[in-house]
Write a protein that binds this ligand. Structure first.
Ligand code: HEM
Length: 452
């Protein structure tokens, strides 16, 4: 078989209409399975069992929701509710003025100049990840490996170190959270009132306490040392002030925001890396091409930020991997006022799903959408595409604030590993499952051969 026709795994698609109860059960197991087959062929699909809902997978519609009429589409209560125990009304969950000042407070940390300054920490992490893989005995599970790598870096950015974090305990708490509050609640789908406690929220209590107490210890230590010297995310948050009210972040706001950054800042990037390695392991031709380009540039060294522009194929592999396996596979919004999307009437309180997963595999938008082909993202030879048909980081004012950071970190780690090792598939093959993020289940197991 010619490897450029490697067809990676899809999520199961239901061709018939699902009942509300079925949808609720399936969403808890795998959100990707609630996306109907029509959503891969039509710009918009709607349903109206008890609540009117729509699934939008159309670039012009996405632009309207994420940019032109953003205020009409706040984040949906289903998603906010899943996140609230851990991150409260912090940046990711907030809307309007409450969102705006928090965004302004953290944006400086992620300017290009500041992200480049963090690159040495990323290179050191890549080096350590390579050393661990060299000791792995020829086979490893890559999600775990990549989580360890990206966790190191986010601790540097957020807190200038990890004295207060036991990464194993923190990682276990994150997993427990994802398995409890991080699953869509049946009660939300069944329309239970908001005040009614969700079992997931109650079960998440101990994992949230574990994570929050580590974050709180780090914040306390900084307050004692005196803020302002580290120029990291925590310093920026301690200094942040709402320009209109003069308000500063409360102790709770700080914990919630730091908690979000630490989880979102490493989990998503680790997934992008693990899926990329899985795809390359199954496409020896693309893997060889990536390695040849990397070797020419690095000649055995660990990658740095300055090397990335000379290795465009690495960037293309990451982009194509996030097309097929977007770490954030589905977003949800609520409709505030009447509007029209793709000729369909939106009414107040309708739920609007933005299935990034289906947008990235849409038959009207992509040629042979199921195919792994990094060449699509070659700016010179790849096909033209609408900016809003590829949205791994979202778009508009609420676009991911850490996108540059994630791409730099992923580029440095992926190029360093591809140079040092040959990756080949190993059983079991992963299957995409989304609760909060798109995870490979039961993991990405690869054979790893060190190269001279
Ligand atoms: C491959 C890695 C990543 C992916 C795929 C990703 C994806 C996304 C997406 C899709 C959104 C928009 C959500 C929406 O519109 O509802 C988002 C928002 C956000 N992301 Fe990321 N993210 C990644 C890495 C990071 C990193 C490394 C950080 C921070 C260190 C970060 C911090 C944030 C924050 C703070 C927001 C909320 C922005 C706002 O609402 O103003 N993300 N991310």
């Amino acid at each position: 078989m010619h490897d450029s026709i490697f067809i990676p795994a899809s999520a199961p698609v239901h061709r018939r209409r699902l009942s509300r109860l079925e949808t609720a059960f399936i969403a808890r197991r795998n959100v990707l399975e609630i996306i109907p087959s029509l959503a891969y062929r039509q710009p918009i699909v709607s349903g109206d069992i008890l609540v009117r809902w729509h699934m939008l997978a159309d670039p012009a519609g996405m632009k309207r929701v994420m940019l032109d009429n953003l205020a009409n589409y706040p984040k949906s209560e289903i998603m906010r509710r899943m996140l609230r125990p851990a991150i409260g009304e912090s940046l990711f969950n907030a809307d309007g003025a409450d969102w705006k000042w928090q965004r302004q407070a953290v944006a400086p940390v992620f300017t290009h100049r500041n992200v480049v300054a963090l690159a040495p920490a990323m290179s050191a992490t890549a080096e350590r990840a390579a050393a661990r893989l060299a000791q792995s005995g020829g086979r490893a599970e890559l999600v775990k490996e990549m989580l360890t790598a990206t966790f190191d870096v986010i601790c540097d950015v957020a807190l200038s170190g990890r004295e207060h974090f036991d990464s194993e305990t923190f990682a276990k708490a994150i997993t427990q959270y994802f398995q409890t509050a991080g699953r869509a609640s049946l009660l939300d789908f069944l329309g239970f009132p908001e005040w009614f406690p969700r079992p997931g929220e109650l079960l998440a209590g101990s994992s949230v306490r574990t994570m929050h107490s580590m974050v709180a210890a780090a914040i306390d230590a900084r307050r004692k040392e005196g803020a302002g010297n580290a120029d990291d995310l925590l310093d920026h948050m301690l200094a942040a002030q709402d320009p209109e009210t003069g308000q500063r972040m409360s102790a709770e706001d700080l914990i919630y925001n730091m908690q979000f950054f630490i989880v979102a800042g490493h989990e998503t990037t680790a997934l992008a890396l693990a899926w990329s390695l899985y795809l390359l392991a199954n496409s020896p031709e693309h893997q060889d091409r990536a390695r040849a380009q990397v070797r020419q540039q690095l000649d055995g060294r660990t990658a740095t930020a300055e090397d990335l522009p000379a290795m465009p194929f690495i960037q293309q592999v990451l982009e194509e991997s996030m097309r097929l396996y977007p770490p954030v596979g589905l977003l949800a919004r609520t409709v505030l006022k009447e509007d029209e999307l793709c000729g369909r009437q939106m009414r107040p309180n309708d739920i609007l799903f933005l299935p990034i997963w289906a947008l990235h595999r849409h038959e009207l938008l992509w040629d042979r959408p199921e195919l792994f082909d990094p060449g699509r993202f070659d700016p010179k030879t790849g096909p033209r595409r609408d900016k809003y048909q590829y949205l791994p980081f979202g778009a508009g004012p609420r676009v991911c604030v850490g996108a540059n950071f994630a791409m730099m970190q992923a580029g440095i780690i992926l190029s360093t590993l591809v140079q040092r090792f040959r990756f080949a598939p190993s059983q079991p093959a992963p299957h995409p499952v989304m609760t909060m993020t798109v995870q490979p289940e039961p993991g990405v197991f690869l054979q790893i051969q060190p190269l001279g």
